[in-house]
Design a protein around this ligand. Structure first.
Ligand SMILES: Cc1ncc(COP(=O)(O)O)c(C=O)c1O
Length: 352
């Protein structure tokens, strides 16, 4: 068979879509790496110890397909029932399950923009109709979010890439009047100290998604959580890969949730550094949204964001630059250690 005929059998929506472009992952130590919102501190020692102990002959067995110990631990920690929790190979996996469960070809999904760019890609995989509803200059939830007839609405809170938090009251109002399923992607919620998981009992149209990649410093472990009414979780379980978490990931997730002292300590260090870097950028005269996440999003004047991004890279400082129209004037910069951020602020100052 000719290759053209092979490609002719690929689904049309896949042929025409663009895949997600993840941030660069260069070899360790080459850069001050501030491009993918990883944690600058190593994971909890208790997690590393539990992992070492779990590297044993039991790896010949499949993992628990229901990841029961981790779901029990998560239910206890977040105050819900085990059957209201689903786990994923990273929160991207949980998001994928939501798309597979709810979206048919042609269904509308909407997100206040700017937003996490993976939603558009996952929408394209389902041949769904992706709509971005721009937020206003004050980053409030846009009115049109209600009116576009979306089956699914995705809200990142705190927002990525701006870092701005939608207040709980605004979310509750939106959720209570919305006819859509609303997914709150709380990838960065531990840095804001606010969550909507408590709203689940009163709002059957809510799904909350969390990750261990940011605040728990476990991006390389691939661990995410989804919370929803048990009826919703039961549907999502049907589309889950059978063994989507490996044995080590389940062990790491349990140990991470058990070490809340480590989480509090490192999160508060990152939040302190965030305060300092926001002050430094503001003192340089830059517009920076009030971040409640582990990254900041300074606007680079005179249309120079792409150029400054490249110049920082040549100085071995890696940040994230997005070309989409609403965000192409800014750089997304992960909050690293105090030293990382001092190096970034100094380099940026010399480039402006
Ligand atoms: C808003 C948002 N959601 C989800 C994710 C995915 O995280 P995970 O590593 O858990 O797949 C990210 C990662 O950057 C993110 O920014």
């Amino acid at each position: 068979m000719h290759i053209d005929s092979v490609l002719g059998r690929v689904r049309g929506c896949i042929r025409t879509m663009h895949g997600y472009v993840p941030g660069k992952q260069p070899a360790q130590g080459q850069y001050v790496k501030l491009n993918t919102n990883e944690n600058p501190y190593p994971p909890s020692p208790a997690v590393l110890k539990a992992l070492r102990e779990a590297v044993n002959a039991d790896l010949r067995f499949y993992s628990d397909p229901l990841a029961t110990p981790l779901r029990e631990q998560a239910a206890q920690h977040y105050g819900c029932a085990v059957d209201e929790v689903i786990v994923g190979n990273g929160s991207d996996d949980v998001l994928t399950m939501i798309f597979r469960t709810f979206l048919d070809a042609g269904d509308i999904l909407a997100t206040p923009a700017p937003s996490y760019s993976l939603y558009q890609v996952l929408g394209a995989l389902q041949d769904a109709d992706y709509r971005e509803i721009p937020m206003g200059p004050d980053y409030t939830l846009p009115d049109g979010l209600d009116a576009c007839g979306a089956k699914l609405v995705f809200i990142v809170n705190p927002n990525a890439p701006t870092g701005v938090l939608h207040p709980g009251s605004a979310l509750r109002d939106f959720l209570a009047r919305s006819d859509s399923m609303v997914v709150l992607d709380e990838a960065y919620a531990d840095f804001a100290g606010e969550s909507a998981i408590d709203l689940l009992p009163e709002l059957p149209n809510l799904i909350v998604v969390r990750t261990f990649s940011k605040s728990y410093a476990l991006a390389g472990m691939r661990l995410g959580l989804g919370f929803a009414r048990r009826e919703v979780i039961a549907q999502m379980m049907k589309v889950k890969d059978s063994y989507n978490l490996d044995r080590l990931a389940i062990v790491a997730g349990c140990a991470a949730l058990q070490d809340q002292a480590w989480l509090r300590e490192t999160t508060s260090r990152i939040v302190d550094t965030r305060t300092k870097v926001l002050e430094a950028l503001t003192a340089m005269g830059l517009h920076v949204p009030p971040s409640r996440s582990n990254f900041v999003f300074p606007r680079i004047p005179d249309g120079r964001a792409a150029e400054v991004y490249r110049a920082l890279e040549t100085r071995r400082i890696l940040v994230r630059y997005f070309t989409a129209p609403l965000v192409a004037d800014s750089l997304r910069v992960t909050v690293g250690t105090d030293d990382d951020m001092a190096a970034f602020v100094e380099a940026l100052g010399s480039l402006l």
